[in-house]
Ligand binder design. Structure first.
Ligand SMILES: NC(=O)c1ccc[n+]([C@@H]2O[C@H](COP(=O)([O-])OP(=O)(O)OC[C@H]3O[C@@H](n4cnc5c(N)ncnc54)[C@H](OP(=O)(O)O)[C@@H]3O)[C@@H](O)[C@H]2O)c1
Length: 265
């Protein structure tokens, strides 16, 4: 199961899994894009398919997962990849943005994870991958809603990973660094800078990394180790770190006024 399979990282991962013979079901909201993806998946793995699902609709998402379990007997892998990202400058009082980010990015991942875990635990086998973001480890100004939703994904996933450890089930958090998808490129049209080269990854690289690492012992799957420097720097040289993040994010001014200085990753 791959959510957010209509584009970007999710689409690529779904196709790579089908290439390896997995029976893949891709979920997303845009039916016309999913129809194209379904054709590609079926050529590689005839029992694969897609379903139109909004992961923010907890009941609808749970039902979709239950339908796949009923049809195929079990779910071995769930990748909660569906995600959205919007700026949330404080001046806009963006409580609706916070709610949307939480419902899709965080509660979507929670609903998916909790739906498949009982079956996986009963079979003592299964993998859940929840897609996080380095924005959670190094939040920039103006990205509070997105960063917080991804931090929640990471904390939830890590706690659950510990809880199910030793019972045949692995739960991971994937940190994709920066990928030039629709989300990755949004905001760069108006001259926003792209992240430095060490942070750039392709959809193919992310899919390959996930296929290699998932099921392994490490909870975190990092596409780049560069953002981990931020974690160390904030502990060792916090004032320098804060200055760097404010400069990186545009000096702390409202992102809507200054435009986007650089993509979050
Ligand atoms: N690109 C990056 O640099 C980067 C960096 C760090 C983390 N990420 C994370 O990677 C994941 C994939 O993003 P991407 O870069 O591949 O962007 P993308 O091309 O925009 O893909 C996002 C996917 O999520 C789906 N989606 C969004 N809201 C949904 C909802 N409510 N229900 C079901 N599906 C939904 C979209 O499909 P529909 O619109 O058809 O529903 C789309 O397939 C996201 O979780 C993102 O936060 C990306």
């Amino acid at each position: 199961m791959v959510t957010g399979a209509s584009s970007g990282i999710g689409r690529r991962l779904a196709v790579e899994l089908a290439d390896r013979g997995a029976v893949v079901t891709g979920l997303a909201r845009r039916a016309e894009l999913l129809a194209e993806v379904e054709e590609v998946l079926r050529r590689r793995s005839p029992a694969s398919g897609t379903a139109v699902v909004d992961v923010a609709d907890t009941e609808g998402y749970r039902e979709a997962l239950a339908a796949v379990e009923a049809r195929h007997g079990r779910i071995d892998l769930l990748v909660n990849n569906a995600g959205i990202e919007e700026l949330s400058p404080v001046e806009a009082w963006p409580s609706d943005v916070y709610r949307r980010m939480a419902e899709v990015n965080y509660l979507g991942a929670v609903a998916g994870t909790l739906s498949v875990l009982p079956g996986m635990l009963a079979r003592r086998s299964g993998v859940v991958v929840n897609v996080g973001s380095d924005a959670a480890r190094a939040p920039e100004p103006g990205h509070g809603a997105y960063a917080a939703s991804k931090a929640a994904v990471a904390a939830f996933s890590e706690s659950v990973a510990h809880e199910v450890a030793g019972r045949g089930v692995r739960v991971h958090v994937l940190y994709p660094a920066w990928v030039p998808t629709a989300m990755g490129l949004s905001g760069t049209e108006d001259g926003g800078r792209l992240p430095p080269t060490p942070l750039r990854r392709s959809e193919a690289e992310i899919a390959a990394l996930l296929l290699e690492r998932m099921g392994g012992r490490r909870v975190d799957i990092n596409a780049s180790s560069v953002p981990l420097v931020a974690v160390v720097a904030r502990a060792v040289v916090p004032v320098w770190y804060q200055r760097m993040m404010r400069r990186w994010g545009g000096g702390g001014s409202a992102p809507t006024e200054r435009g986007r200085a650089v993509r979050p990753y």
